[in-house]
Design a protein around this ligand. Structure first.
Ligand SMILES: [Zn+2]
Ligand SMILES: [Zn+2]
Length: 72
């Protein structure tokens, strides 16, 4: 099950978990390129360049208008 489907009973209003037989209704969102796929998706252009730190820094500047990528 996707992390977004676990629900959050502490949220206001509470977010119910998605029944596991149902597909994920949430729109995935990539924190790297702001694309409509999960950040770990192999569709992400960042994925292709995940070992190319300079490319990532350059692309991150273009996407985010400056600043530095967050370290995980
Ligand atoms: Zn979901
Ligand atoms: Zn992406």
């Amino acid at each position: 099950m996707a992390g977004c489907c676990k629900g959050n009973p502490k949220a206001t209003p509470p977010v119910p978990p998605t029944p596991k037989e149902e597909p994920c209704p949430h729109t995935p969102w990539c924190v790297n390129c702001k694309g409509d796929h999960p950040a770990f998706s192999s569709h992400c252009k960042y994925w292709d360049h995940r070992f190319d730190r300079e490319w990532i820094m350059e692309e991150y500047r273009k996407t985010n208008g400056g600043g530095h990528p967050q370290r995980n």
